[in-house]
Ligand binder design. Structure first.
Ligand code: ATP
Ligand code: MG
Length: 670
């Protein structure tokens, strides 16, 4: 207990009833939970298997487990549950599967599986509103989080679309059952309903979990709240910690008002407020406090720190998103050399996953190791893989794997039977599938129609290859993408216009990267060809696929949502622009307060330095648009901000400076 402050100590020692720790970022809420687990085991003599701690992300659960592991050594911590809400629910369903009517080994549908099922059901029922798949999936999820079954959902439906969703919901649930499967939301919903319906089962679980601790409580939704309430029962072995200013999951059904509800449901609730922040410099904290003061507050909190005054917060204004990514990469190299610290001390945070693409590329270019958490990284997106496969075949026609990926993409009506015959033919002659496709003797091995299709395909690809070498290779690649009408294929295979646009933006981004890579290679070697550029991109792809745990010293890239609960010495917050942060949808729907909380979460991740970046122009769906600085920048204390590139006149100078720094650093690194 030595280094806990008096309030923290009070929260750790209080075990006589339910407790709420309500406090701002970095004040040691998670620390209270880990210390309390140790205290419960070592001093109160509660067996570890009677204690459960839950949080929201796997990463947070892992971190918490590690922290407890350092405090409680050896077998004493055996049987302790430290998990996400969903994992706890899964455990309950596993143990009770017989009662619930599941066969052992039931499967869990992730969001993609669920979406595929919904689509399939709609097609089967000849429902034509397939553009509503996303809406229906989201609505069903919300209903599940609110503990609404299909029947009540139908009664409460407010319009035709919701009625449709409710009908699909009923089908969907029946099918899940038939597949012996549950979806993600069921992991909470099913145990909660079970507890409500079967007091005997509930009692068994209450006997098992004698003490429950919940981190990030502000993000619980209705079903999670009820699960907690039921599990705790009247015994009140409960500690929850949270911060209403960090509630960022309203869109997933989270109800920050659950914090207030606690007092009603547990009249004996004790509340402890923590005020000292142990994470950030005073300047960072002041900025965070000033920003969040623009939101209405139910609970008044104060937050101060003794971590020193600190550096001003840097705001870097760049020309465009490429310069933004470049500046961040250069800054990381420079700082790391000056401060002699590690890559893992740096985090780059952004609002949306798509913002990661350019920074990923830049970090690769400068050989800065990085780790992208959450989201699909650029090279593992289906559309990027498709076009990469085309490029692979283009530079190496013997790449059979890539050939197989593209042969029917878009559909060329070359069936599995034909492909099998092609493979046998190619094997016998020891040639690649591509080469076999172009051989006229192939006509003897399969029906003429099939052979013609293969022959046409191979002739076309040869033409593209020639075009690459005779003319402008990038034009050839663009033409290739148009030839196959990849755009139509993409739009046909996604759920919404927006998703289609996003995918096509990724495709064109890949082409641009190829162009940039080629130009850069040609600067050093004028004879460099498209083959070299593709090979370079492939290498980036492979580097990215390296096992993430192989080397932990990496710059962390993640969304603001994924960064909750974490801390880093140096934080970069990208895209401080209107429509990015706050996000366009939130501006339209009047959810700016939640966006402000997101910005607050981002700022309060930083321990020593915070750098915010924004650009004058940004490409959006292929169009260059002028951007507007985020309103949140105006809400920060001007006297603590240090601007770079605010005056466009200085920009040239800054650019030159940046380039000079980079080239000297690069030569230093060699
Ligand atoms: P968040 O709101 O971001 O989840 P939090 O309130 O959970 O933050 P913690 O992550 O528990 O805060 O703590 C923030 C940092 O402060 C950690 O590095 C932790 O080790 C440190 N810390 C917490 N309490 C103390 C203390 N009494 N003395 C010194 N350091 C502390
Ligand atoms: Mg925390």
């Amino acid at each position: 207990m030595t280094n806990l402050n008096p309030r923290q100590k009070e929260a750790v020692l209080y075990v006589d009833g339910p407790l709420l720790v309500l406090a701002g970022a970095g004040s040691g809420k998670t620390s209270v939970i880990t210390r309390k687990i140790a205290y419960l085991i070592e001093t109160c003599g509660i067996k570890a298997h009677h204690i459960a701690a839950v949080t929201f992300t796997n990463k947070a659960a892992r971190e918490m487990k590690e922290r407890v592991g350092k405090l409680v050594k050896g077998p004493a911590s055996r049987g302790l549950t430290v998990s996400t809400f969903h994992n706890l629910g899964l455990n309950i369903i596993r143990r009770e599967h017989k009662l619930l009517g599941f066969k052992p080994g039931f499967s869990i549908f992730d969001a993609q599986d669920a979406q595929a099922l919904i689509r399939e059901l709609m097609q089967k029922d000849q429902l034509e509103e397939t553009d509503l798949v996303d809406f229906i999936q989201h609505t069903i999820s919300n209903w599940k989080n609110d503990l609404l079954g299909p029947e009540r959902a139908l009664q409460q439906a407010r319009n035709g679309n919701e009625e449709l969703a409710a009908r699909v919901y009923a089908h969907y649930n029946r099918h899940l059952r038939a597949y012996n499967a549950v979806d993600f939301d069921d992991l909470i919903l099913i145990p909660t309903l079970l507890f409500q319906q079967r007091p005997d089962v509930l009692e068994r679980w209450q006997r098992k979990i004698r003490y429950l601790l919940v981190d990030e409580y502000q993000d619980t939704n209705t079903s999670q709240y009820l699960m907690v309430k039921l599990l705790v029962g009247i015994r009140g072995g409960l500690t929850v910690v949270g911060d209403d200013d960090q509630s960022i999951y309203a869109w997933r059904g989270a109800k920050p008002e659950n914090l207030g509800l606690l007092k009603k449901d547990f009249p004996s609730l004790k509340v402890v407020m923590l005020e000292q922040n142990y994470r950030s410099t005073s300047r960072i904290l002041k900025a965070a406090n000033q920003l969040i003061a623009n939101n209405p507050h139910e609970f008044e909190k104060t937050l101060w720190s003794e971590m020193g005054f600190g550096d001003p917060l840097k705001v870097v204004f760049t020309r465009n998103e490429e310069a933004e990514a470049d500046r961040i990469a250069a800054d990381i190299i420079e700082r790391r050399l000056n401060l002699r610290n590690h890559y893992r001390d740096y985090a780059v945070l952004y609002r949306g996953n798509h913002q990661a693409r350019l920074i990923e590329m830049k970090l690769q270019t400068y050989q800065i190791p990085y780790k992208l958490s959450g989201g699909t990284s650029f090279f593992s997106r289906a559309e990027v893989k498709d076009i990469m496969a085309y490029l692979k075949v283009l530079i190496n026609p013997d790449d059979d794997n890539a050939f197989l990926r593209i042969i029917n993409l878009p559909r060329r009506e070359i069936g599995p039977g034909t492909l099998e015959k092609l493979a046998v033919y190619a094997n016998e002659r020891e040639v690649s599938l591509f080469e076999a496709s172009g051989q006229l003797e192939l006509a003897q091995a399969m029906p003429a129609r099939a052979q013609t299709k293969l022959y046409e395909f191979s002739t076309w690809l040869k033409q593209v290859h020639e075009h690459c070498h005779r003319g402008d290779p990038i034009d050839a690649v663009k033409q290739m993408i148009r030839d196959i009408d990849y755009e139509t294929w993409t739009y046909q295979n996604c759920n919404s216009e927006i998703q289609g646009e996003r995918r096509m933006a990724n495709v064109w981004f890949l082409v641009e990267s190829l162009q940039r890579t080629l130009e850069r290679l040609q600067e050093d070697d004028p004879d460099a060809e498209i083959e070299d550029a593709v090979a370079r991109l492939l290498l980036i792809d492979m580097l990215e696929q390296q096992e993430e745990d192989e080397d932990d010293d990496r710059v962390q890239l993640m969304t603001l949502h994924a960064s909750k609960g974490l801390e880093f010495p140096h934080v970069y917050l990208m895209g401080m622009e209107e429509e990015l942060l706050p996000h366009r949808n939130s501006i339209e729907d009047d959810f700016v307060e939640e966006e402000r909380r997101l910005a607050y979460v981002g700022i309060t991740r930083a321990r020593k330095t915070l750098t915010m970046t924004l650009t004058r122009q940004r490409k959006q769906f292929g169009e260059v648009i002028d951007t507007v600085p985020s309103r949140f920048l105006d809400e920060l204390p001007e006297e603590d901000l240090e601007w770079e590139g605010r005056d466009p006149g200085c920009e040239q100078a800054n650019k030159a400076r940046g380039r000079a720094t980079l080239s000297s650093l690069k030569s230093l690194l060699k």
